[in-house]
Ligand binder design. Structure first.
Ligand code: DX5
Ligand code: ZN
Length: 232
């Protein structure tokens, strides 16, 4: 049985109004957000540049929920300490970003944060076997990273299942986070496949009611876990 026992919603600030980030945080917290997802892009690992340490520091001061920092940067090992010091409770680095991912994950843990590894849609998930003992969560990318508002890549649902099986075989109950193109239309199938943390930027912040959108996403995801339990 692969269904997620519980679901956490992680709004990504990438689609929020950066001139009113505090208001955006309060809105999604009112809607029941469990985490705040912060997308850090360096213009090298991905084409765009987004935000860095000072924004994480500012969010840490204003947010009640833990910060989940997604590093889409080359040589992430050079930056993890600064992001944890800035207030990141969770830090994910890309499997594709450096040749020493296992060491970087161990460093994140040693710094006291949860260590996540993110995998691009084009990377075979079998590569995760080598780091299965060092991860506290796995981020399955369901778009090619770099921007909010892209379309969900449909094959990502079966990748969630594969990663769940791989982690289970390795004896690691680490949750799977799904990131990219997530909204009410696919939350149910993804939670049913085993995704436990749902990241969403545009389906939350590019709506008239971000707080309501968080609740709607959770309802759809919980429907997916309930259906999967019934099918076992
Ligand atoms: C993509 C980022 C995502 C992005 C999601 O590169 O890692 O977290 O903000 O945006 P949506 O939910 O709009 O696809
Ligand atoms: Zn992200």
């Amino acid at each position: 049985m692969t269904a997620a026992a519980n679901v956490r919603i992680a709004p990504s600030i990438l689609a929020a109004d950066f001139a009113a980030l505090g208001d955006a945080v309060r809105a999604v917290e009112r809607g029941g957000a469990d985490l705040l997802h912060v997308d850090v892009m360096d213009g090298r690992f991905v084409p765009s540049i987004s935000v860095g340490v000072p924004v994480v520091q500012a969010l840490e001061r204003t947010a009640a929920v833990p910060l989940d920092v997604h590093l889409m940067v080359v040589e992430p090992e050079r930056h993890v300490e600064a992001f944890v010091a800035a207030g990141a409770a969770m830090v994910s680095v890309h499997l594709e970003a450096s040749p020493h991912v296992h060491r970087t994950l161990s460093t994140i843990r040693a710094l006291g944060a949860a260590a996540g590894v993110a995998v691009n849609p084009g990377t075979p998930v079998g590569a995760l076997v080598a780091v299965a003992d060092a991860v506290d969560y796995v981020v399955v990318m369901s778009v090619n990273p770099g921007a909010a508002g892209q379309a969900f890549i449909p094959g990502s649902t079966s990748r969630v299942r594969e990663v769940r099986e791989l982690l289970d075989r390795a004896g690691n109950r680490a949750p799977i986070e799904i990131d990219g193109g997530i909204g009410p239309a696919n939350a149910e199938e993804l939670a049913g496949a085993g995704a436990e943390i749902l990241v969403a930027a545009s389906s939350i912040f590019r709506t008239a009611d971000p707080a309501g959108a968080v609740g709607q996403l959770r309802d759809r995801a919980l429907a997916g876990t309930a259906a999967a339990v019934q099918n076992t």
